[in-house]
Design a protein around this ligand. Structure first.
Ligand code: FAD
Ligand code: NAI
Length: 462
């Protein structure tokens, strides 16, 4: 039986990064992956293909709005199959890149399904290998709606919605979360009528309410329709499409929507089935995530777990950071458990919605004495020059110390702009320190400086 210091199960951003870092630290490492390509959900059916389609569909929308720049184009058209082929190429290049990184760093890819028949052993496809430590990084799957059958053609998860062969006439999206908004926007831009149905009375639960309300208005302006406070009773295939039966939560009245396609996007669930965890006695929490300590150790010695399969934000960068911390701890290196309160979340719609740290509601609820600074892009020179005036930077700081407690950006490149505040927050910097840093002009990041100045009561351009 071949033996390894570390066997990682799952080659998503958590698993593949952990495997590479462990090999760099001198461990003999193998990574079991059952998919034909490496990179996990993120590269194959998640972050990357969704961003490729968001980019292509955004170009298409922009083409139709270039008149203000004095540019006109006639006979513009898009070819959906070419758009999909580009997406596949982006994915293929990146997943091959991971295979190259495995070779370069001496990580062995064991192709096949992984399970743990006994502590210290991993079944990898047909091969049984010995492992001093096992790291579970099996990620997550789309959550299902009870009684609803997904066929990935008409009733789809995000995976099917990334590869629809034609633009649906009417796409009903169930869930106004990250996937619903991103993929809803892709198909709306390409011409579908899109109705987003949500159980709660708002989109993006967990995001700052002011930002979510403003984002909703902007998305509605671009053609997305929202129906809040709806409970989905049934999704039934009918002819070439489907019927969605809803119950209004306020009145109890029944409603139906005729759809050409239905996207179920109501969250993701940890993927633990078939690993043999029950027999091993690996503890799960009440929601089915693998319970771990500060060094990502499960309750069974020699078995670690990271990423979407353990509690925390279900994001690729968080999975990577978990993986690095876990193997550095294993190798006896100095390490810190990632601080999940400092993990930025970005919805890559236009405008982008970036969130970090506390929301205003959370600070109010906690009775925390705080200051708020806002700066709208409409008063930013670069945003004006680019026609990217939707919408604002909002920062929240401690009223006593000036430490930054939360940052929320809604606008073009919000995901990049929030990084400055992520660094500031992780370094414990204050509003005054960010405001004192030189910000190149004309730059959208000047809005970050201005929001900090506003929070300090010293706004310049507002
Ligand atoms: P995964 O990426 O899910 O990888 C787990 C891997 O394990 C998979 O390859 C799977 O095949 C393999 N596996 C599972 N069980 C076994 C087994 N028994 N044997 C062998 N292999 C196994 N996050 C962001 O940060 N930014 C985004 O823009 C973003 N966009 C997303 C868009 C979509 C449509 C979706 C669905 C998700 C998106 N996410 C995004 C979330 C992100 O993809 C996940 O948080 C991330 O992939 C989790 O990484 P992971 O390594 O924990 O698991
Ligand atoms: P989500 O948790 O973001 O949103 C799910 C939405 O569905 C919520 O608004 C919830 O209230 C609603 N919902 C739940 N049950 C419902 C029901 N029965 N009927 C109607 N609405 C219902 O989950 P989503 O969008 O599926 O994404 C899953 C995860 O993938 C996210 O948590 C996120 O971490 C990750 N992701 C990240 C992206 C990014 O970082 N840009 C992009 C896409 C996904």
């Amino acid at each position: 039986m071949r033996d390894f210091d570390l066997v990682v199960i799952g080659a998503g951003p958590g698993g593949y990064v952990a495997a590479i870092r462990a090999a760099q630290l001198g461990l003999k490492v193998a990574c079991v992956e059952e998919r034909a390509t490496l990179g996990g959900t993120c590269l194959n059916i998640g972050c990357i293909p969704s961003k490729a389609l968001l980019c292509s569909s955004e170009h298409w929308t922009e083409l139709k709005h270039l008149g203000a720049h004095g540019i006109s184009a006639s006979e513009i058209a898009f070819d959906l199959s070419a758009m999909m082929a580009r997406k596949e190429k982006v994915v293929g290049d990146l997943t091959k890149g991971i295979a190259h990184l495995f070779k370069k760093n001496g990580v062995e890819w064991l192709a096949g399904r992984g399970s743990i028949p006994a502590p210290g052993q991993v079944q990898a496809g047909d091969e049984l290998v010995a492992a001093r430590t096992i790291l579970i990084a099996t990620g997550s799957d789309s959550a299902g709606l009870p009684g609803v059958t997904v066929d990935e053609e008409v009733v789809v998860t995000s995976t099917g919605a990334l590869s629809l062969p034609q633009v649906p006439g009417h796409l009903v999206v169930i869930g106004a979360g990250v996937i619903g908004l991103e993929l809803g926007q892709v198909w709306a831009r390409l011409g579908a009528k899109v109705t987003v149905v949500e159980y709660l009375d708002r989109l993006l639960p967990g995001a700052d309410a002011e930002i979510a309300r403003t984002a909703q208005r902007l998305l509605q302006r671009q053609g997305l329709a929202f129906q809040f406070g709806r409970k989905v009773e049934a999704v039934t295939r009918k002819g070439a499409g489907a019927v969605v039966t809803l119950e209004r939560r306020d009145t109890g009245a029944a409603e139906t929507l005729q759809a050409d396609a239905v996207l179920i996007a109501i969250g993701r669930r940890p993927r633990t089935a078939g690993l043999g965890l029950e027999a091993l006695g690996v503890a799960l929490d009440a929601r089915g995530f693998i319970a771990v300590d500060g060094q990502f150790r499960t309750n069974v010695p020699g078995i670690l777990a990271i990423g979407d399969v353990v509690p925390g934000p279900m994001l690729a960068h968080r999975a990577e950071e978990d993986g690095i911390a876990a193997v550095e701890a294993l190798a006896g290196q100095a390490h810190a458990r990632p601080d999940y309160d400092l993990v930025p979340g970005v919805v890559y719609t236009a405008p982008e919605i970036a969130s970090l740290g506390a929301t205003e509601e959370a600070l109010k609820k906690a009775g925390r004495d705080h200051v708020v600074g806002r700066f709208q892009f409409i008063a930013n020179g670069r945003a004006r020059a680019m026609g990217a005036t939707d919408w604002l930077v909002k920062v929240l700081g401690c009223a006593q110390t000036g430490r930054i407690l939360g940052a929320h950006v809604l606008g073009r490149n919000a995901g990049e702009l929030v990084q400055e505040l992520a660094l500031a927050m992780s370094a414990g910097a204050t509003l005054a320190q960010v405001a004192a840093a030189s910000h190149a002009h004309p730059g959208m990041a000047e809005a970050v400086k201005e929001a900090c100045l506003a929070a300090l009561g010293k706004p310049l351009h507002a």
